[in-house]
Design a protein around this ligand. Structure first.
Ligand code: ATP
Ligand code: ZN
Length: 304
C-alpha cells in the first residue's frame, strides 16, 4: 500500500518522520518502544503499520510541517527549529499555522545561535546593527532581531552557512550548534542563543474529528510512558527505619517509595522509581546513610 493510492483514508493515523538524518533512528526507536511495528514498502518511503493502524511516511525533515498543514500526514517528528521556522513564516505572511508542537521528545537537542568571527569582541546584540547575517532560519532570526531592536540584513542560504563569513557573503551567521566544533573549525564563536531546540511531536492545532483522535491519544499515552521512564531506574534496598529521612533526602528525583516492614518493624524494604542517573557515587552515598542490599533495575514499560 502507498500513500498515493490511499489519500482520503481517515481510519489510520499517518506519521511523518525524517528518512535519513539525525532524527531518523531516535524517532523510529521511540515509536517502536511505544508498541508500533511496520511493514516497509519497496521504495522505503512508506511503512504500513501492523500492530496498530499507524503508518509512517519517510521524508525530508523540512517537508514535515507542510505535510501536516496539507493533511497528507496527521503527525510528524521534527526539530522545533524547523517547526517554529515554518510557524513564524506563516504568521509573518498573515496565515497562522494550522499545526503546533504537541510534545517535546528529549532527543535531537541543539540550539539556534548567532556566531561571529573569533576576533570580534562581543558586547551585545547592537553590534550586529547594519551587518549581514547568513542563515537558513530567516523567520526566527527576523523575530529575534525585531525583539532586540537590531536592524541587520538577513542573507538566506540553504546550506554551508558556517563558511559564509570566510567567503565574504556575510559578517555573522545564525545557525544550529550542538558541540561548537563546526564553528571553531571556521574560526567562529557562538555569542547569543536565539532558541533551544529538540525533536518534537507536531500535530494539528485542532483535534481530529474521527477515529484518529483515539489513535493519537493512545499513541501519546504510550509515548508519555516511554519518555517518563527513559532515564529511570527502579531502586530496591533495605534500611533501618530511623535512616529513612536521611535516605529520602539523597533521592530527590525519586517517586514516593513503596515500603514494607521486614524483621519486625525496625527494618524497611523499599522500592523507589528514580528519574535521575543512578551512579556508583549515589549508591555509595546511600550505603553510607544506612541502605543495604542496594539493587538498580531497568524499567521497561510504565502505564500510570
Ligand atoms: P534532511 O535531508 O532531512 O533535510 P537535514 O540535513 O536537514 O536532513 P539533519 O542534519 O539530520 O537534517 O538534522 C535534523 C535535525 O536534527 C535538525 O533540524 C535539528 O533539529 C537536529 N539537530 C541536532 N543537533 C544538530 C546539529 N548539531 N546540527 C544540525 N541539526 C541538529
Ligand atoms: Zn532538512
Amino acid at each position: 500500500m502507498s500513500p498515493a493510492t490511499n489519500p482520503g483514508t481517515r481510519d489510520r493515523l499517518r506519521i511523518a518522520i525524517q528518512k535519513n538524518g539525525r532524527l531518523s533512528e531516535p524517532a523510529r526507536a521511540l515509536l517502536s518502544s511505544s508498541g508500533l511495528s511496520w511493514r516497509e514498502s519497496r521504495d522505503k518511503l512508506f511503512c504500513y503499520g501492523e500492530s496498530l493502524p499507524v503508518d509512517l511516511l519517510l521524508v525530508r525533515d523540512d517537508d514535515i510541517p507542510g505535510l501536516i498543514a496539507d493533511g497528507v500526514c496527521d503527525l510528524g517528528i521534527v526539530g522545533r527549529n524547523v517547526l517554529d521556522e515554518e510557524i513564524d513564516g506563516r504568521c509573518a505572511a498573515g496565515r497562522p499555522a494550522t499545526f503546533r508542537e504537541w510534545r517535546a521528545l528529549g532527543f535531537g537537542g541543539c540550539r539556534l545561535a548567532l556566531a561571529v568571527p573569533e576576533g570580534w569582541d562581543w558586547r551585545g546584540p547592537q553590534q550586529l546593527a547594519g551587518k549581514r547575517i547568513a542563515t537558513t532560519y530567516p523567520n526566527q532570526l527576523r523575530t529575534w532581531l525585531r525583539m532586540n531592536q537590531v536592524e541587520a540584513d538577513i542573507v538566506v542560504l540553504n546550506g554551508s552557512v558556517e563558511i559564509a563569513p570566510r567567503l565574504g557573503q556575510a559578517d555573522a551567521i545564525c545557525d544550529l550548534v550542538s558541540s561548537g566544533a563546526t564553528l571553531a573549525a571556521n574560526q567562529l564563536k557562538a555569542v547569543q542563543d536565539v532558541m533551544h531546540s529538540e525533536a518534537v511531536l507536531a500535530g494539528p492545532a485542532q483535534p481530529f474529528g474521527d477515529v484518529r483522535a483515539e489513535l493519537a491519544e493512545l499513541l501519546l499515552r504510550r509515548m508519555d510512558g516511554v519518555l517518563r521512564i527513559r532515564d529511570s531506574k527502579l531502586l530496591l534496598f533495605q534500611a533501618p527505619r530511623d535512616a529513612l529521612e536521611c535516605l529520602l533526602q539523597l533521592l530527590p528525583d525519586a517517586e514516593p517509595p513503596t515500603m514494607c516492614a521486614v524483621d519486625g518493624a525496625d527494618t524497611l524494604a523499599l522500592q523507589a522509581l528514580c528519574h535521575g542517573a543512578m551512579t556508583w557515587q549515589r549508591l555509595e552515598d546511600l550505603k553510607r546513610a544506612g541502605a543495604r542490599g542496594l539493587m538498580v533495575l531497568p524499567v521497561e514499560r510504565m502505564l500510570a
